[in-house]
Design a protein around this ligand. Structure first.
Ligand code: AGP
Length: 366
């Protein structure tokens, strides 16, 4: 049966609104001990033998891996390297039987991700995939495979597969940390409490789109813009930038906020527009200072911050707030306004948002 839009104007919007349900399903399966079994997760002994993890993917799936890296490193203490599949295939990478290679792909068919996986297998790495198509080539090729179960994603711009991939990495990192005993029971249960609150927090963001529509309206005429962030917020900046690019055809570049003064600041004048993501408790003040510096140059800055961040709000033209959560879990919330900004900007420009020009859902050639 072919998927329908369920009353939504576009598949992209429908899929954005499906996210609370998709995430709820993944988290309740974990809480009910139904998410991990011996077919899709490594044993304690196997994990004890891993000394590094590579996460390799393309586009949005890579951003999911880059967001998840923070959780894996925090909870398991295993170093994580991330790479673009088309680069990893031909790079000098340090993979051996002590490496876990995680490949992420919505379709499970992306040629470069498959090529990266084959390289890992040749080097005897342990392999795990996260896909949204259960019997895809990538899912069938890895030692272990995790399934997003997000339902078919029709829109070329990936949304619900992304948040499902991020949620699965959070839970994978907890499963690994439990087995490796790098997390104690008390921390584990408080993280789980926060995880369970995420679906209703996503819902809350989805119900407050007025500011997002105002931002989209201001962006629709611009030719070129920038996204900035620090730590996990830099990854959301990359994902927001990619989403805007592909749906609205606006040239957009993501930057580490701390890198602005090392070159990119020269581009900023009163015609520039920047989206700043600033949600990390130890970093948001620094980004808010960058926002102020940009405003002093006449730049229009729209920000995504945590409820109650008055400094960020004061320094920005508009601020979209996300509900408070643990720093490490915030990427799953910060991406929601970014997806909606991309959607409404595309809509304001009259672009066929579900079918951006020159793109295909699955890239099956190099
Ligand atoms: C997402 O919005 C993009 N259309 C694209 O970056 C996509 O995520 C990438 O091509 C990877 O596809 P995959 O997840 O099916 O491997």
């Amino acid at each position: 049966q072919s998927p329908d839009k369920n009353g939504f104007e576009h598949f992209m919007l429908k899929e954005i609104f499906e996210q609370p349900g998709v995430i709820k399903n993944i988290i309740s399966n974990y809480a009910d001990n139904k998410l991990f079994n011996s077919n899709n997760s490594f044993s304690k002994e196997e994990l004890q033998n891993i000394d590094k993890i590579y996460i390799v993917a393309c586009g949005t799936a890579l951003h999911a891996g880059q967001s998840g890296k923070f959780a894996i490193e925090k909870f398991t203490k295993i170093p994580v390297l991330t790479d673009i599949a088309s680069e990893f295939r031909y790079n000098n990478s340090f993979i051996d039987e002590k490496t876990l290679l995680i490949v992420i792909s919505q379709s499970g068919e992306t040629a470069d991700t498959l090529g990266a996986l084959e390289k890992g297998i040749k080097a005897k790495a342990k392999t795990l995939s996260i896909t949204n198509v259960e019997d895809s080539t990538i899912a069938k090729t890895t030692d272990k495979s995790l399934y997003c179960n997000a339902g078919p994603e029709v829109s070329i711009a990936s949304t619900k597969a992304y948040t499902a991939q991020v949620a699965l990495i959070y839970l994978l990192s907890l499963d690994m940390a439990k087995k490796l005993k790098t997390i104690d029971d008390e921390d584990l249960s408080s993280i789980l409490i926060e995880l369970k609150k995420l679906p209703e927090k996503i819902e809350e963001i989805l119900q407050n789109v007025d500011t997002i529509k105002n931002i989209a309206n201001e962006l629709k005429e611009c030719q070129s813009m920038f996204y900035i962030g620090r730590g996990p917020d830099l990854i959301t900046a990359k994902e927001g930038s990619l989403k805007l690019k592909e749906t609205s055809y606006i040239h957009s570049e993501p930057f580490a906020a701390g890198e602005l003064k090392h070159g990119t600041m020269a581009l900023m004048d009163s015609s520039s527009k920047v989206i700043a993501v600033a949600t990390q408790s130890n970093l948001s003040k620094k980004t808010a200072t960058n926002v102020l510096e940009l405003r002093e140059k006449g730049v229009s800055v729209y920000s995504v911050g945590v409820e109650g961040d008055v400094l960020l709000e004061k320094n920005s033209n508009y601020t979209v707030f996300i509900p408070e959560t643990l720093d490490v879990l915030s990427p799953i919330l910060t991406v929601i306004p970014e997806q909606l900004i991309a959607y409404y900007t595309s809509l304001a420009k009259g672009i066929d948002v579900d079918h951006p020009r020159n793109l295909t859902k699955s890239v099956i050639s190099e």
